[in-house]
Design a protein around this ligand. Structure first.
Ligand SMILES: Nc1ncnc2c1ncn2[C@@H]1O[C@H](COP(=O)(O)OP(=O)(O)O)[C@@H](O)[C@H]1O
Ligand SMILES: [Mg+2]
Length: 225
């Protein structure tokens, strides 16, 4: 059993009197891949956003790689180790290269020193023919692939991907699936909120299932998919 990259306990969030998140415990093993399923409105996106420090919630325990984290003062090192990718990723103004460089530059690298990694990321994402297209003109699938490349170039230990193949046409979905398969086969931990059967049935995928804000089951095998 590999050591956990993330352990959270007692995650609760309400809007008014309505409790939308009540997860007693979630543990993610290092290097494994998980699908997070559940009906619309069951709390998948909220949970991922809370884990990424983007939404407030009550949390009794948050341990990342054994280090205790307070969501109220979300540490900078965790922004390096954990990256959330939105269902409709927001790309910055400018080019694909500007977008992929952004995080590396924020970490103090110069544009020239980023170049080999950025080149590799462009080829990985299959966007080499789109480099002259301004980011706001890219299709949904192209934006999703750039967002995945922008995240991957930073080598986080944990990816939280929110419905990466939802609303994509067949070809864009296949292109994104190829990237997802590759991320899942690499060393990082990946959590994918999705309804996509093809992702759910990927080999070695573990299953998390939410119902009305609770974690209904966590399964270490593929058989319950
Ligand atoms: N800002 C908000 N105010 C009130 N309710 C919200 C807000 N954001 C999300 N919710 C509710 O929280 C529940 C969980 O939403 P969400 O996490 O987006 O579910 P999922 O991603 O599983 O579809 C939904 O019922 C949604 O209506
Ligand atoms: Mg959602």
């Amino acid at each position: 059993m590999s050591s956990p990259i993330l352990v959270v306990e007692g995650v609760r969030k309400s809007y008014g009197t309505r409790r939308i998140l009540d997860v007693s415990r979630l543990e993610l093993a290092s290097g494994k891949s998980y699908v997070l399923t559940g009906d619309n409105g069951s709390g998948k996106s909220t949970l991922l956003r809370v884990l990424a420090g983007m939404e407030d919630a009550e949390v009794d325990l948050y341990l990342f790689n054994g280090r205790s984290v307070s969501l109220r003062s979300y540490p900078e090192w965790l922004r390096h180790d954990l990256i959330y990718v939105h269902q409709h990723p927001y790309l910055f103004r400018g080019s694909i290269i500007d977008n992929i460089c952004y995080g590396l530059k924020a970490r103090g690298m110069t544009r020239a020193s980023c170049e080999p990694q950025v080149r590799e990321a462009i080829v990985w994402a299959g966007v080499d023919e789109l480099l002259d297209v301004p980011s706001h003109r890219l299709s949904g699938g192209e934006k999703q692939r750039v967002a995945l490349a922008r995240a991957r170039v930073l080598h986080p230990r944990l990816f939280l991907l929110d419905e990466p193949t939802a609303n994509l046409d067949a070809e864009a979905r296949q292109q994104t699936l190829r990237l997802i398969r590759d991320l899942c086969n690499a060393n990082s931990t990946v959590v994918l909120a999705c309804h996509d059967r093809e992702i759910i049935q990927l080999p070695h995928m573990h299953r998390l299932h939410m119902r009305n804000g609770t974690m209904e089951f966590q399964n270490d095998g593929y058989s319950m998919a």
